[in-house]
Ligand binder design. Structure first.
Ligand SMILES: *Cc1c(COP(=O)(O)O)cnc(C)c1O
Length: 882
C-alpha cells in the first residue's frame, strides 16, 4: 500500500550530544569542513550512505552508536569545540560591523527622523524564488538559485544583516536520469520539511504562523513559514501545503517553476506579498528589526513592492503615489537575463483576475498594478504584464550582473527611459561572485591559506599565491582530477545500471577517463543559447582531439534540460549517444543529475572550464569563476564575467562571430575556433613538461589565475559592492522618505506630479555659442540658452550642455555634461542660462543642451524619463579643433 503522507521522526539525542542538533540546524555546516568532519565521525559508513546529509544521518544513526558517542570523551570535546566555533561565528563582529560600527545590525532601526540619514541598514530583506544552499536542499534549478545561496552565505560571513525570503517546494527541482536510449527522465522526489534542517515559525503560544492572501474565488491562499538558518542569516520559506487550503492552493508550492499561468502567478504572489507578511510575523515574534532595504533577485518576487505600498497606504494614510516613492527608495532590483524567455510575462487578464474585481485591494487599485508592469513603450507588447518592467518601476536602484550585461540591459530596457541615451539608462551592474567556502576544494583553501592571511575575507593580497611551490599545486591539481575520475566512474556505473546495462557490458567503465589526461569540463543548464552540442559540430574533429596519441583530451559533461524543453532533451540525447560510442567512451562522458554536489566535483577536478554561449546572452555565468578559484583555466566565449576579466593569461577566449554571421555559420566559425584553441594552445601547454614533469607555463597560468581573479570572483567582493553601492544608499534614501511621518515621500510624490504635469510646456527655445570663432584646444566654448520652464521653478530643473566627440552621424559619443547657470529672465517668463565648457581634445566636437528634472532625492537624471531637447540639433560643429 502507498502511504498517504510521509513524515520523519526525529531522533532524540542523548543529553551530552544535544549540541549536534544545533550544528545540524544551522546550515553553516554546508560550507564548514570541520563540522562536516564531526558529522562523518558520528558514523563514517552511514555518512556516506546518506549522501552527506546530516539530518538523515541523525535520523538513521543507531541508538547504540549514539550512546557510545555520548560516553566518548574525545568526541565530546570535539563536539564542544565545534559548537563553540559556531557560536563565535554567529556573534563576533565581522566586516560589516567593522565597516559601519559595532552597533551595525544588532540594534533596531532608529525611529524615523531621529537618526542620521546616512549609515548602514539595520536589516535587508533578500527575495529569491530559488536558493542553492546545499545539494541536500534541492530548491534550485540553476545559476539564479546558486547565486542566491552564495549571497546569503557570504552576507553571513561578512556580518551583513540579511534576511532571506523564498518558497519551500515540496518536490523541489527534479533529479535527472537517462532512459536506455539517452532521453532525459525527470523524477521529483517528495521532500518532507521535517526531514530537513528547518523549524516551523510559531507564535509565542506555539501555534504555527499563518500567512494568508485573498483569492477571487473565496478559497484564500494560506501558507506556513519555515525558518532556516544560513549561518547568521535567517531564511523564511513559505509553504502552502497546509490543511486549510483546498488542493489547488496546496499545490501552489508543489514544485519549482512547475506550471505556467495561474500556478506561476500564485507562486509569485505568495513569494512577494506573502514574503513581506512572513517578515512582519517574524519581526513581531522575534523582535528582528524591520528591513530598510528590499532586494528583489529577478522579477519573480516583484509583488513585494505592492504589498509594501499597501502597508503604507493603509497604516500611514499615504496616497498610492506617496507610498510608491517610499517603497522605491528602499528597493533594489537585480535583473539576471537578457534572454526574453527568461523574463516573466503574464497576460493582463490574469493580473486583473487576481488584483481586480472582488479581490481588488482598495489601497492598491488594479489599474495602477497593471500600469506598473505595462510595456507601454515603443516595441512593447501592450497585452502583457512584464514582471521585470514592474520590478524596475518599483525600485529606485536597478542592476545587471556583469558590466556587459549592464550594457545589454540598458539597451534592452531603455524604452522605459525614452529620450535618454542608452548610457544614461539608470541600470548599473555588479558582477556576480561565488562563495569560496562552498566551491573551493579544501586542499586548495589550505594551500592558499598558507600564503594569504584571510582567503575568504581578503579582497586583495592574493599575490601571495604566487609563492606556492609549483609541484605542490600540481600535486593538488592531480589529486582533484583523480577524485573527479573516480567519482565519475561511480556515477557512470550507476547510470548505466539504471539504463539496464549488465555488469559485463559496463566493465569498460573501470578504465573510463584517466587521472593524467587533460580534463575539460562543460556543465550547465541546457537552454539553446548555451549550445551544449557546439563541441560536436564536427564529430570527426572532436574524435581526433579526444584520441590524440600524444596529447589526449577528455571531456566531462553534465546538464539538465527544462522538463518542457524537448529541444534541450534532444541535445542531451545527442551527447549521450556520442559519448556511448565504443571508440571514445573512455574520453567523453555525460554524468546525469547536475546538482551542487556534482558541480563541486567538476569545478574542482577539471583543468579547463569550457563555456560557449551565444554572446551576449550569458548574463554573467558563475561556474567558470568556481573553476578559476580552484586553479582551473577558462576556455570561453567573451561573454558575461569573462568579457570583463579575461586578460590573455588566465585562460583562452574563443573568438565570437557575434553579429557577423548567420546563426549556422556562426556556430561553424566558433566551433572551428574552439577546436583550434584546444589543439594548438590548450593541449600543447598542458603537455609541455619540464625535466621534473611539470607543465611550467600551465602552472604559471594557474597561479596567475588564482592570484588575480581570486579576489574578484569571490562573492565577498560582490556582497561588499552591493552593500556600499546599493544597500547603504538605498537605506539613506528610504530614511529620507520615511523621516518626519513620510514627509519626504509626500513631497517627492507631489513634486513628481507637478513636474510631470508641467513638462509638456518645458522647452529649449534658443541656443547660441562661440563655436564659430575658430575653436582650438585649450579654449573654451561659451553657451547661452533660452529656456521656457513651463511654469516650473528654476530649482525644479537642471539645464545642461552635453559635449564631446561626435560620430559621422553627428551623434555625441559618451558626452560629458555640465550644468548651466540660471541668468537673467528674458521676456515672457523665459530664462537665460549660460556657461562654458573646456575644449580639451582636438578632432570633431559637438554639443547640445537639454533640460531635465532636478531634485535631491532622485537617483539620477533619467529617473522620471523626462527630458526637453532643442527643436533641432543645436550648435553642431564638425570642424576639426586645432
Ligand atoms: C554554478 C552552478 C550553476 C550556474 O553556473 P553557470 O556558469 O551560470 O551556468 C548552475 N548549476 C549548478 C549546479 C551550479 O553549481
Amino acid at each position: 500500500m502507498k502511504a498517504i503522507r510521509r513524515f520523519t521522526v526525529r531522533t532524540v539525542l542523548p543529553e551530552p550530544l544535544r549540541q549536534l542538533e544545533e550544528l545540524v540546524l544551522n546550515l553553516r555546516w554546508s560550507w564548514h569542513h570541520e563540522t562536516l568532519d564531526l558529522f562523518r565521525a558520528v558514523d563514517p559508513e552511514l555518512w556516506r550512505s546518506v549522501g552527506h546529509d546530516p539530518v538523515r544521518l541523525l535520523g538513521e544513526v543507531a541508538p547504540e552508536r549514539l550512546e557510545r558517542l555520548a560516553g566518548d570523551r574525545r568526541f565530546l570535546r570535539r563536539l564542544q569545540d565545534t559548537a563553540e566555533d559556531l557560536h563565535d561565528y554567529l556573534t563576533a563582529p565581522r566586516w560589516y560591523q567593522t565597516r559601519y560600527g559595532a552597533g551595525a545590525a544588532s540594534s533596531p532601526a532608529a525611529p524615523p527622523g531621529a537618526g542620521e540619514p546616512a549609515g548602514a541598514p539595520s536589516s535587508i530583506a533578500y527575495f529569491s524564488p530559488e536558493y542553492g544552499i546545499t545539494a541536500a536542499l534541492p530548491q534550485y534549478s540553476g545559476g539564479l538559485g546558486i547565486l542566491a545561496g552564495d549571497h546569503l552565505k557570504t552576507a553571513s560571513d561578512l556580518g551583513v544583516p540579511l534576511i532571506g525570503v523564498g518558497l519551500l517546494y515540496r518536490h523541489g527541482y527534479f533529479s535527472q536520469s537517462l532512459s536506455p536510449d539517452g532521453w532525459q527522465l525527470e523524477r521529483y522526489p517528495p521532500i518532507d520539511p521535517n526531514g530537513l534542517p528547518l523549524a516551523l515559525l510559531r507564535e509565542h503560544d506555539g501555534t504555527p504562523v499563518r500567512v494568508t492572501i485573498g483569492m477571487p474565488h473565496g478559497h484564500d491562499l494560506h501558507a506556513q513559514v519555515w525558518l532556516a538558518r544560513v549561518g547568521r542569516v535567517p531564511q523564511l520559506l513559505l509553504d502552502s501545503d497546509v490543511e486549510e487550503n483546498d488542493q489547488s492552493m496546496r499545490d501552489v508550492t508543489d514544485r519549482l517553476y512547475g506550471g505556467g499561468g495561474d500556478h506561476r502567478l500564485l507562486q509569485e504572489m505568495l513569494l512577494g506579498i506573502g514574503g513581506v507578511r512572513a517578515i512582519r510575523a517574524y519581526g513581531r515574534i522575534t523582535g528582528h528589526p524591520a528591513p530598510e532595504v528590499f532586494h528583489t533577485n529577478e522579477g519573480h518576487a516583484g509583488f513585494l513592492g505592492l504589498e509594501r505600498i499597501r502597508e503604507l497606504v493603509s497604516e500611514y494614510g499615504l496616497t498610492f503615489d506617496e507610498a510608491l516613492e517610499a517603497t522605491r527608495a528602499g528597493t533594489v532590483f537585480t535583473t539576471h537575463t537578457p534572454v526574453p524567455a527568461g523574463i516573466d510575462r503574464f497576460p493582463r487578464e490574469l493580473i486583473e483576475k487576481y488584483f481586480g474585481g472582488a479581490s481588488e485591494e482598495p489601497d492598491v487599485p488594479c489599474e495602477r498594478v497593471l500600469a506598473l508592469g505595462s510595456e507601454d513603450y515603443p516595441g512593447g507588447d501592450r497585452t502583457v504584464f512584464n514582471m521585470a518592467v514592474m520590478g524596475m518601476r518599483l525600485a529606485q536602484r536597478v542592476n545587471g550582473v556583469s558590466e556587459l550585461h549592464g550594457r545589454v540591459s540598458r539597451e534592452m530596457f531603455g524604452g522605459l527611459w525614452g529620450g535618454f541615451d542608452t548610457s544614461e539608462v539608470p541600470i548599473g551592474s555588479i558582477t556576480n561572485g561565488v562563495h569560496a567556502g562552498t566551491w573551493v576544494a579544501r586542499e586548495i583553501l589550505e594551500l592558499a591559506a598558507r600564503e594569504v592571511p584571510s582567503v575568504i575575507e581578503s579582497a586583495s593580497g592574493w599575490e601571495g599565491v604566487r609563492h606556492v611551490r609549483e609541484d605542490e599545486i600540481w600535486r593538488v591539481r592531480r589529486l582533484l582530477r583523480e577524485r573527479l575520475v573516480h567519482d565519475a566512474r561511480r556515477r557512470l556505473r550507476e547510470s548505466w545500471r539504471q539504463r539496464g546495462a549488465s555488469e559485463a557490458e559496463i566493465s569498460w567503465i573501470d578504465d573510463a577517463l584517466d587521472p593524467d589526461v587533460l580534463t575539460i569540463g562543460f556543465a550547465r543548464r541546457v537552454p539553446s543559447y548555451k549550445r551544449l552540442t557546439l563541441m560536436m559540430s564536427d564529430p570527426d574533429r572532436l574524435r581526433s582531439i579526444l584520441l590524440d596519441p600524444d596529447r589526449p583530451v577528455q571531456i566531462v559533461i553534465a546538464g539538465k534540460a527544462h522538463p518542457a524543453d524537448e529541444g534541450g532533451k534532444r541535445l542531451i540525447q545527442e551527447i549521450v549517444r556520442f559519448a556511448g560510442s565504443e571508440d571514445v567512451r573512455h574520453r567523453i562522458v555525460f554524468l546525469p543529475d547536475y546538482d551542487m554536489a556534482l558541480g563541486q566535483l567538476l569545478v574542482q577536478g577539471c583543468d579547463v572550464w569550457m563555456n560557449n554561449p551565444l554572446r551576449p546572452l550569458e548574463a554573467c555565468g558563475t561556474s567558470g569563476m568556481k573553476a578559476a578559484l580552484n586553479g582551473g583555466l577558462n576556455l570561453s566565449i567573451r561573454d558575461g564575467w569573462w568579457d570583463e576579466w579575461y586578460d590573455g593569461q588566465n585562460g583562452w577566449s574563443i573568438p565570437s562571430a557575434d553579429g557577423l554571421a548567420t546563426p549556422d555559420r556562426r556556430d561553424e566559425l566558433e566551433a572551428a575556433a574552439l577546436y583550434e584553441l584546444i589543439e594548438d594552445h590548450v593541449a600543447v601547454t598542458f603537455y609541455d613538461r619540464d625535466a621534473a614533469g611539470l607543465p611550467r607555463h600551465w602552472l604559471e597560468m594557474v597561479k596567475h589565475t588564482i592570484a588575480t581573479l581570486g579576489p574578484k570572483v569571490l562573492a565577498t567582493r560582490m556582497v561588499r559592492d552591493y552593500v556600499e553601492e546599493y544597500y547603504a544608499p538605498a537605506a539613506a534614501s528610504a530614511r529620507a522618505m520615511a523621516a518626519d511621518k513620510h514627509a519626504g515621500a509626500r513631497s517627492l510624490a507631489a513634486w513628481k506630479r507637478r513636474v510631470a504635469d508641467a513638462w509638456p510646456g518645458v522647452a529649449v527655445e534658443h541656443v547660441e555659442s562661440n563655436a564659430e570663432d575658430s575653436p582650438h584646444v585649450g579654449g573654451r566654448l561659451a553657451v547661452r540658452v533660452v529656456v521656457d520652464l513651463g511654469g516650473l521653478d528654476p530649482a525644479d530643473v537642471a539645464v545642461e550642455v552635453a559635449y564631446g566627440r561626435v560620430d559621422d552621424a553627428d551623434a555625441l559619443v559618451d558626452p560629458a555634461y555640465a550644468e548651466l547657470a540660471a541668468g537673467e529672465p528674458v521676456e515672457n517668463g523665459r530664462l537665460r542660462y549660460v556657461g562654458e565648457v573646456p575644449l580639451e581634445r582636438s578632432g570633431s566636437f559637438g554639443y547640445s543642451v537639454r533640460v531635465v528634472p532636478n531634485h535631491p532625492m532622485l537617483s539620477g537624471r533619467a529617473e522620471l524619463g523626462l527630458v526637453a531637447l532643442p527643436p533641432a540639433p543645436a550648435g553642431m560643429t564638425n570642424g576639426n579643433l586645432r
